[in-house]
Design a binder for this molecule. Structure first.
Ligand code: KIV
Ligand code: ZN
Length: 515
């Protein structure tokens, strides 16, 4: 007997990008979309085209370049929004318009100021209009979980009649419990007469920490598509986390009796990429992709694992693409071995990118005795975040101690020349940041700073994440080095580069031009 396949609709680039503080550039969105295609998600929601020119460009580029999954663009239930989505999706192989309007009384009264009849008519009209341009139209009843069930069924019946191929049931405010949500899905299946003509999708938020449980309860009750984000990014507390849903369905297949098309071995890589580009660090105890998800601390557990990993491991790290931290390469390893390892880790890069990375690998191998798979993954992700480079840190020297003021000297390369500066500060990181600020010639507003080790050991690679702010918008930067002060300086320069790409810099303040 064929097992039903649950479709995975990824909204990392739309709802995930609504995570407070996250702001992805077009190139970064494209990079994530390529990783999602490798994961084999069924649908990528690439953005909300009418929301901003940046969103429009990102959706257009993803539609043109990313093949495999259907590409969806979000649109409120109105012609202007739908026109923007149609235009952005022009080059998509399989375009989907995702249109929505709220159906709960509280949204109707206080937000839309519309009657139920008006909303029903608007929803139908929007689907009919979208259908003129694309075959695949998804309709979402925003705040469905707090809507009147009978009315909700009327709306879904009408939009399917108008041509909707997917009806989505969002728990917009993360309010329902799994039992309630399961019952709602069953009710919709039993009370929407034309339901067999559409996929039943669910979209859960995590305000009460139940987004994944609610999504799984929906699957048990007949949902055929689940909407989710990598690392559970999203508005407020986030959306249902893709890796948890996939691995629950995969690990408990005999219970859920469904399958997905996902290549689970790509999960960890996608999670790291999204974390790196969004600047949102994955908590160590996060299920499936957290640093500790496969770590066994207690002696009893370690003993059991050594005898048979099934004693305490319900999934294997390899299943989600986590290598067991084997020593793979050292300073005598050649380019071929390095390239082979990159391929084995799932990275397909052109030869220019491999050349750049091989240079960085050699520098790292000189400083570090053993180079682990995690180090290589970190180098690849660092390369992704290093574009665009306005400034490059080419020299960094720090003098510090417990009874002296720290001093840092930095040299930055720009296309306009070299700038060098020295500053004192309260510790080596502060001195480095001040020297960088003096070198670029303008004030940078630092919002947050964190540092962690990529691998264990004295010579572990340190990863610094820095957040800076410009016009109220946050920009994250990331730096890697075996020296944590250097990693911090690199992260600061990386964040400044990203900020400049969006906010620009007043001409007269670019020190490089004066040099
Ligand atoms: O949470 C929500 O209701 C949404 C809709 C636009 C699907 O994101
Ligand atoms: Zn949402």
């Amino acid at each position: 007997m064929d097992i039903p396949v649950i479709k995975i609709f990824d909204t990392t680039l739309r709802d995930g990008e609504q995570t407070p503080g996250v702001c992805l550039e077009v190139g970064e969105k494209l990079e994530i979309a390529q990783a999602l295609a490798k994961l084999r998600v069924d649908v990528i929601e690439a953005g909300f085209p009418i929301a901003s020119p940046g969103d429009f460009t990102a959706v257009s580029q993803i539609a043109a370049k990313v093949k495999g999954p259907a590409i969806a663009g979000l649109a409120r239930a109105g012609q202007k929004d739908i026109d923007a989505a149609v235009n952005a999706l022009k080059q998509a192989e399989r375009p989907r318009i995702h249109t929505f309007i709220a159906t709960s009384d509280i949204h109707l009264e206080y937000k839309l100021k519309m009657t139920r009849e008006q909303v029903l008519a608007r929803a139908e009209e929007a689907v009919r209009y979208a259908k003129r341009f694309v075959e695949d139209v998804e309709f979402s009843a925003e705040d469905a979980s707090r809507s009147d069930w009978e009315y909700l069924c009327q709306v879904y019946t009408a939009v399917i009649h108008a041509g909707a191929t997917v009806i989505n049931i969002p728990d917009t405010v993360g309010y329902v419990t799994p039992a309630e949500f399961g019952a709602l899905i069953r009710y919709i299946r039993e009370h929407v007469p034309n339901i067999h003509k559409a996929d039943i999708s669910v979209h859960c938020h995590d305000d009460l920490g139940m987004a994944v449980a609610n999504s799984l309860a929906a699957v048990e009750n007949g949902a055929t598509q689940v909407e989710c984000t990598v690392n559970g990014l999203g508005e407020r507390a986030g959306n249902a986390s893709m890796e948890e849903i996939i691995m629950a369905l995969h690990t408990r297949k005999e219970f859920y009796k469904v399958d997905t098309r996902i290549d689970t071995k790509q999960i960890y890589r996608a999670s790291r990429l999204v974390s790196t580009l969004s600047g949102i660090v994955v908590p160590p105890n996060k299920a499936v992709v957290g640093e500790n998800a496969f770590a066994h601390e207690s002696g009893i557990h370690q003993h059991g694992i050594l005898n048979n990993s099934l004693t305490y491991e319900i999934m294997r790290p390899e299943d989600v693409g986590i290598s067991r931290n084997a020593i793979v390469l050292g300073k005598h390893s050649g380019r071929h071995a390095f390239e082979d390892r990159l391929r084995e880790l799932g990275f397909e890069l052109d030869s220019d990118a491999v050349n750049v990375l091989f240079g960085r690998f050699k520098e790292l191998a000189d400083r570090k005795k053993m180079v682990f798979d995690r180090d290589i993954e970190a180098l690849v992700n660092e390369k992704v975040t290093l574009k665009p480079e306005w400034y490059r840190l080419s020299y960094h020297h720090v003098v510090s101690g417990n009874r002296m003021l720290a001093t840092a000297t930095v040299r930055l390369e720009t296309s306009a020349g070299i700038v060098e500066h020295a500053s004192c500060g309260d510790g080596p990181v502060d001195a480095s940041f001040k020297a960088i600020e003096a070198a670029v010639g303008f004030k940078v507003s630092l919002r947050d700073y964190a540092i962690k080790a990529v691998t264990s050991g004295e010579d572990a690679l340190g990863e610094a994440i820095v957040w800076v702010e410009c016009d109220g918008r946050p920009f994250s930067g990331r730096g890697l080095s075996t020296d944590v002060i250097e990693a911090s300086a690199k992260a600061y320069v990386n964040a400044i580069n990203k900020m400049i790409a969006v906010c620009g810099v007043p001409e007269d303040k670019i020190s490089g031009k004066q040099a």
